[in-house]
Design a protein around this ligand. Structure first.
Ligand SMILES: O=C(CO)[C@H](O)COP(=O)(O)O
Length: 249
């Protein structure tokens, strides 16, 4: 089965004010020369989305949100709806990131509802899953991640473009990464869970790896079976580092 091109996504998390758009500008200038056959996206904080759209206009870098509310509108102080992200120029959205599952108590059911909200307005969801260190040490990584996949993917995805991102919680921002064998093992489990949940249509969706992806480990991680791209946190904040990861794809 032909795999889609690699998808490399930078998640700026809660970093970035207007002055940091210089990094986005540097990136867009440098990616002109990159022959890599991959898709590239940046997910800035919601406040920068519209300005980032202007910076990225006409280029190959896609724009994403970091979360959206499951409701289309309403009394949800502080939240951003899927339609608002589209209005600001986003075409993708990260959902169910472990920082939201952990700090905001997001459940699989809520993530699934957010996925429905995203696809209803044409956003491409990137659904995040990942085990804690305790769960890995208890030998539960594949089971936990499979349950998250089956619980978080929504029915409508069988007809729509989407991605799943495997991000072991203990690898995020720590400089630690699983072995290549561990990444391959979990990605295979994720693929099986996707197919159980959505059927054969789920074969075409890429499974990204995230968690301490850096210029010096990107090539080997992206070479692992079933790794269809990368979700990059810290290393996406500097155009030079992110570009090296793109080149590795
Ligand atoms: O969100 C992530 C990438 O989008 C993930 O949390 C990894 O962060 P990093 O370890 O700083 O790359």
């Amino acid at each position: 089965m032909k795999q889609s091109v690699k998808l490399i996504v930078g998640n700026w998390k809660m970093h970035g004010v207007a002055a940091d758009l210089v990094e986005a500008r540097a990136l867009i200038e440098s990616v002109h020369d990159v022959r890599a056959d991959c898709r590239i996206a940046l997910c800035p904080p919601a406040t920068l989305t519209d300005r980032m759209r202007q910076v990225l206009a006409g280029g190959r870098i896609e724009l994403g949100g970091q979360d959206c509310h499951q409701a289309p509108s309403g009394a949800c102080t502080g939240s951003v709806s899927a339609e608002m992200l589209v209005d600001a120029g986003a075409t993708l959205v990260i959902l169910g990131h472990s920082e939201r599952r952990g700090a905001f108590g997001e459940t699989n059911e809520e993530v699934s509802a957010k996925v429905e909200a995203a696809i209803a307005v044409g956003l491409e969801p990137i659904v995040c899953v990942g085990e804690t260190l305790e769960q890995r040490e208890a030998g539960q990584a594949a089971a936990i991640v499979s349950a998250q996949v089956e619980g978080s993917l929504a029915d409508g995805l069988s007809e729509r473009p989407f991605a799943v991102a495997y991000e072991p919680v203990w690898a995020i921002g720590t400089g630690l990464t699983p072995s290549l064998e561990q990444i391959a093992e979990v990605h295979a489990a994720v693929r099986s869970a996707m197919i159980r949940r959505l059927g054969q249509a789920a074969r075409r969706a890429p499974i990204l790896y995230g968690g301490s992806v850096k210029p010096d480990n990107a090539a080997e991680i992206l070479g692992v079976s079933e790794v269809g791209g990368a979700l990059v946190g810290g290393a996406s904040l500097k155009a030079e580092d992110f570009l090296k990861i793109i080149r590795a794809a």
